[in-house]
Design a protein around this ligand. Structure first.
Ligand code: PLP
Length: 376
């Protein structure tokens, strides 16, 4: 059987990983500033993570949501404490798209309305509603097309106000920092405007925190930088450090009932053990603060490099915009310097490393990056 060929891949096979490094099958060592797409939050094969998952696997790996799973409660408590959203309610699922799908659906169940407001260049996943709220027609199949989603220009408060006046808005979904869209930070004023309009019109504010959340921005949720609370936060990537788990946290005024949401795999024992291990390491090693410190250092140093057009982002979610003529730098970093980075457009490099990245790692990257942009 052949694989269904949907990914353009780099010809590299990773066989071993530890912290912010990975090794290929030839023994070459790489610095990982991509984190497998913002997924590796506490570092590869962290000893506490490996131990907690291994122990759980030896006890019970899975049982359905028809029985008590105390690990889910422990996870909800820990997540409430670390995120500061202790009065929210947790629903667990398996991926980012699924988290957004559940959030959009729950919002509509809650207020009985249909229209979703999303923004230009947004990415919310590939399932039916999530992809319909994603501003990329290439990945929307005919069956996903719907009139229920309205796309507005990014950070246009007047357009937002007008949309609320025109439509019966069920929810507004926004990434605190657009990832696929090229690392665009949503400003405080815009997030506050969403909050006030959602309050005024009984709409649900959904903060897509799948990529920008879970400490990556230097606060638990990037929307926290604006001092704004959303009604639903969606999360996934960093939550399990590679173990597939997603979730939504839901403000107390949104009431649950049986049958509203459901899942087979969501919240299983192994997934909860992985997510608990992540939060335990994040707390013990102050990884949210580390993301702020090392991230700010990187941002400031990158801004000093004359060839860089713009540096965007917060904490360890950084976009480096280069002139088109330097679009090859990312490949040079990977194949010559053995440094993994991400891409938004060919000329926008995305850094999404582990939140445990050290200043020494940052310096290693900066030296290689400067060498490449200076010689071009
Ligand atoms: C902001 C955002 N939302 C949702 C998703 C979808 O997550 P998943 O691929 O886990 O379904 C992604 C994935 O890149 C994302 O960046």
């Amino acid at each position: 059987m052949q694989l269904f060929d949907v990914y353009p891949i780099n010809d590299i096979t990773i066989e071993k990983a530890a912290g912010s490094n990975v090794w290929d099958d030839k023994g070459n060592k790489y610095l990982d500033l991509y984190g497998g797409h913002a997924v590796i939050s506490i570092g590869h094969t962290h000893p506490h993570y490996v131990q907690r998952l291994t122990e759980q696997l030896g006890k019970v790996g899975f049982y359905s949501n028809s029985i008590r799973i105390p690990l889910q409660k422990q996870l909800a408590e820990k997540l409430g404490k670390l995120s500061g959203k202790e009065d929210y309610q947790l629903f667990l699922c398996n991926s980012g798209a699924e988290a957004n799908e559940n959030a959009l659906k729950l919002a509509s169940f809650h207020n009985g309305k249909k229209k979703i407001i999303a923004f230009r260049k947004s990415f919310h996943g590939r399932t039916s509603l999530a992809v319909a709220a994603t501003d990329n027609p290439k990945i929307v199949a005919p069956v996903n097309e719907t009139d229920n989603v309205v796309f507005l220009p990014w950070q246009d408060e007047a357009a937002l106000q007008a949309a609320f006046e025109q439509y019966e808005v069920s929810s507004v979904i926004i990434e605190g920092i657009q990832g696929v869209g090229g690392i665009q930070v949503a400003g405080t004023s815009f997030l506050k405007k969403i909050r006030s309009l959602c309050d005024q019109y009984n709409a649900v504010f959904i903060a897509d925190s799948v990529q920008c959340g879970y400490g990556r921005s230097g606060k638990f949720f990037s929307h926290d930088h604006a001092g704004v609370n959303a009604d639903i936060y969606t999360m996934a990537k960093g939550m399990g450090n590679g173990f597939p788990i997603g979730g939504i946290i839901i403000a107390p005024h949104i009431q649950p009932s049986y049958g509203l949401l459901g899942t087979t795999f969501g919240g299983n024992h192994l997934a909860c053990a992985a997510a608990l291990a992540v939060l335990e390491v994040m707390e013990k090693d102050n990884l949210v603060e580390n993301a702020a410190t090392v991230g700010n250092y990187l941002i400031e140093e990158l801004k000093k490099i004359p060839q860089v057009k713009e540096v965007r982002g917060m904490g360890l979610m950084i976009g480096i915009e280069l002139p088109e003529s330097l679009a090859h730098v990312r490949k040079e970093l990977l194949f010559k310097h053995r440094i993994f980075t991400g891409e938004a457009k060919p000329n926008v490099i995305r850094l999404l490393p582990s939140l445990a990245l050290t200043k020494a790692h940052a310096d290693e990257f900066l030296a290689a990056f400067k060498e490449e942009v200076e010689k071009a």
